[in-house]
Design a binder for this molecule. Structure first.
Ligand code: PMP
Length: 362
C-alpha cells in the first residue's frame, strides 16, 4: 500500500499556551489536528493536518446513535536536548485496530497512524510542556460518520488525532489513592466490548464513578459482571497486588483493557526477576491476604498516572488500608523506572521509546 501524502494547512494564528503549573487534564488543545476520511470500497483518503477547529457532522451520523467510536490515549514527552519522545506508540495503534475490529470499524494501519502523529507533533512541538512530569497527551480516535439510521456498520468513518498539553499527575508528589470496590454496577462482561477502548464503556461507567466521587473515593474498582467476585480493573487503570512477595494482576479475559502500562510493568518485573503472575483473583482473596498480613502493596497502572499506589479499598463498607496508606517500595521503584525511561532519563533496555524525527521532505 502506498504512503499517503499529508496535506498541511497551517493555522494563521497561534493560540496562547497555558502556563505549565496551570495545566489541567484534557481542557486545552494545540493549534492543529490530523484528519483522514474513509469510505467503504475506496479506503482512506484526504489525509490532512489542519488548524484545530470544530468539525461538522450530519445529525444522522451513526456515531451519535449507535456509538461506533473508538479512541486511544498516549503521550509525547520532551526529553533531553529537545528530543520528542513517544512510548510504545505501535502498541496504542495496534490496540486501536483491535478496538476497531470489535466495533466493525476499518483499520488504520499502525505505520500510517504513527507517521501522521509524528508529522503533527513536529508542527505542534512548541506545545509540549517541559516542566518535570508534564507531557503532551495524544488522543487518536475514530468515529462513524455515515448519515444513516439503520443499525448497521457505517460505510463512512473519520480518523482524527488531537493533542492536549497536560500537567504532572502528581503535583504534590506521588500519593496513594482511595478506591471503592463496585458491587452493583458492572463495566463489562466476557463477550462484550470490555477489551475495546470504545466510548460506550466509559459512558456506562459514569454512574458508579459519580457515586465513588460523592463518597470521597477517587476511582471505582470493577468486579466481574457475572459473579461480582473477581477483580477486573480500576476506572482507567489496570490493577496489581503484591501478596507474599508475588505480584498478581487479573488475567486478560476479554472484558478488561489490555493496558500498555500493564504490559510494560509485567515485562519490567520479569526483567528484575520479581515473581509476577496473571490470573483470576477475587476481592475476597485480597481481604484474606490483608487479614493474614501478606498483602504488601496494591497499585493501578495507566498512561495518565503511570503507577498509582492504592492506599485504601472499600468493599461493602469494609475498609482495608494497604501498607498503612503509604507508597509501597515496589510501586515507587516501578514509577521511577517507567517515567525515567519515558522521559529518556535512564537507559531503555527494551527499545520502548521512539524519538520523533522531522519527516524527510521529498
Ligand atoms: N483500563 C482502562 C479502562 C483504561 O481506560 C485505561 C487507560 N487507557 C487502562 C486500563 C490503562 O491502559 P494504558 O496503560 O494503556 O493507559
Amino acid at each position: 500500500m502506498g504512503k499517503h501524502i499529508i496535506d498541511i494547512t497551517l493555522s494563521e494564528t497561534k493560540k496562547q499556551k497555558p502556563l505549565s503549573d496551570q495545566l489541567e487534564f484534557g481542557r486545552v488543545f494545540t493549534d492543529h489536528m490530523f484528519i483522514a476520511d474513509y469510505t467503504e470500497g475506496q479506503g482512506w483518503s484526504g489525509h490532512r493536518i489542519v488548524p484545530y477547529a470544530p468539525i461538522a457532522l450530519d445529525p444522522a451520523a451513526t456515531v451519535f446513535h449507535y456509538g461506533q467510536s473508538v479512541f486511544e490515549g498516549m503521550k509525547a514527552y520532551m526529553g533531553k536536548d529537545g528530543k520528542v519522545l513517544l512510548f510504545r506508540p505501535e502498541e496504542n495503534m495496534r490496540r486501536m485496530n483491535q478496538s476497531c475490529d470489535r466495533l466493525c470499524m476499518p483499520q488504520f494501519t499502525e505505520q500510517s497512524a504513527i507517521e501522521a502523529l509524528e508529522e503533527l507533533l513536529v508542527i505542534d512541538k512548541e506545545w509540549i510542556p517541559t516542566e518535570e512530569g508534564t507531557s503532551l497527551y495524544i488522543r487518536p480516535y475514530m468515529i462513524a460518520t455515515e448519515p444513516y439510521l439503520g443499525v448497521a456498520p457505517s460505510k463512512k468513518y473519520q480518523f482524527t488525532i488531537i493533542l492536549s498539553p497536560v500537567g504532572s499527575y502528581y503535583k504534590e508528589g506521588i500519593h496513594p489513592v482511595k478506591i471503592l470496590v463496585e458491587d452493583e454496577y458492572v463495566r463489562a462482561v466476557a463477550g462484550g466490548t470490555g477489551m475495546a477502548k470504545t466510548a460506550g464503556n466509559y459512558a456506562s461507567g459514569l454512574r458508579a464513578q459519580e457515586i465513588a466521587d460523592r463518597k470521597g473515593y477517587s476511582q471505582v474498582l470493577w468486579l466481574d459482571g457475572v459473579e461480582r467476585k473477581y477483580i477486573e480493573e480500576v476506572g482507567s487503570m489496570n490493577v496489581f497486588f503484591k501478596i507474599n512477595g508475588e505480584v498478581i494482576t487479573p488475567v486478560l479475559n476479554g472484558s478488561i483493557l489490555e493496558g500498555i502500562t500493564r504490559k510494560s510493568i509485567i515485562q519490567l518485573l520479569k526483567h528484575w526477576d520479581i515473581p509476577v503472575i496473571e490470573r483470576k483473583i477475587s476481592v475476597e482473596e485480597i481481604y484474606e491476604a490483608h487479614r493474614a498480613g501478606t498483602l504488601e502493596e496494591a497499585f493501578g497502572t495507566g498512561t495518565a498516572a503511570v503507577v498509582s499506589p492504592i492506599g485504601e479499598l472499600n468493599w461493602r463498607d469494609e475498609q482495608l488500608v494497604v501498607n498503612n496508606g503509604d507508597i509501597g517500595s515496589l510501586s515507587e521503584k516501578l514509577y521511577n523506572e517507567l517515567t525515567g525511561i519515558q522521559y529518556g532519563k535512564i537507559v531503555d533496555p527494551f527499545s520502548w521509546v521512539v524519538e520523533v524525527v522531522e519527516p524527510a521532505k521529498a
